[in-house]
Structure formats: C-alpha cells, structure tokens
Design a protein around this ligand. Sequence first.
Ligand code: NI
Length: 170
Amino acid sequence: MILEVAKIGHPILRKTAQVVALDEIRTPEFQGLVDSMIETMREHEGVGIAGPQVHVSKRVFCVECVDNSRYPRTPHIPLYIVINPRVRILDPGRIFLWEGCLSVPGLRGQVGRARKLELTGRDRRGRPLKKVVQGFHARIIQHEYDHLEGRVYLDRMRSLKSLSFLEYLK
Ligand code: NI
C-alpha cells in the first residue's frame, strides 16, 4: 500500500523514533508496514525512506538505488531494510554533495556527510545485519538514520545558501 509521506512541519518528523521489539518484527502488521514503506519509496523514486516519514515513529528504514531518475549516475544499491540501526563512523572526512528528501519535496541542499561508516541492526526477518559502506551509500544511511533521531538534512546544512529548487540545478 502506498502511504502518505509526512512533510516538513509535521511533528512526527521531529520525534525520536521508538526501538522495534524483536518479536514485533515477524508480525504481519510490521511486515505489512515494511512492504508499504518499500512501495512508497519506489512510488516517489526515493533512495531511502524511514518510518517517521510514513507517520510511524519506529526505528526502521529502507534503502534502494536502482536506475533512479531522481539520483542519476549513482551506485547500484539493491533493496534492504534495517531495523534498530546503529551507525559507527569509520572515516569522518566530510563530502559535500546535493541532498534531497521526500519530506522536503522539490528542494536540494549541499550537505556534508562522513565518507565511510559501519551499519549494524536487524534485517526484516530479525537476523543481524552488518554493512560497511562509503560515499553515496553512506550518505543515504546518515540521512535515513537522522530521520529516526528527529532530524532532517536541512539541520545538517552548514549554510542555507545552497538550498535550491531542483529545477534550477538541472
Ligand atoms: Ni529524507
């Protein structure tokens, strides 16, 4: 089911999301939520989506980047889901690149993100998950993790001067 995406100004985007109990992961309700998050992300051509963005204040996000027209010339990242993620920065060197968000439609801004990180958590079946990623993929994870902490990319911008409607950046 395609869910409504919360946009900036909705208080759920500013709340700290709740940890998901391990025995909740396998319930039909939670699995249905995950399916709907995937569908919603794909519908809006996002490369990631977090629980609070679909009005569910739970620590879960999805990532996928496969021939994405909103983010052309980006690496191929097959779909995965992470529940109760933890992020450990491995290389704090910042890369500044354009970033957007389904909750801030139409806009892009330059955001500095750490180069490399380790992501741990659970997959959608509750099994331990661990990834070491860098570059654009590490950027997506930092962006989605921020949603679970009530932050959006605008909060991470060193200056708002780069903030721009996408149409001016093409
Ligand atoms: Ni976002």
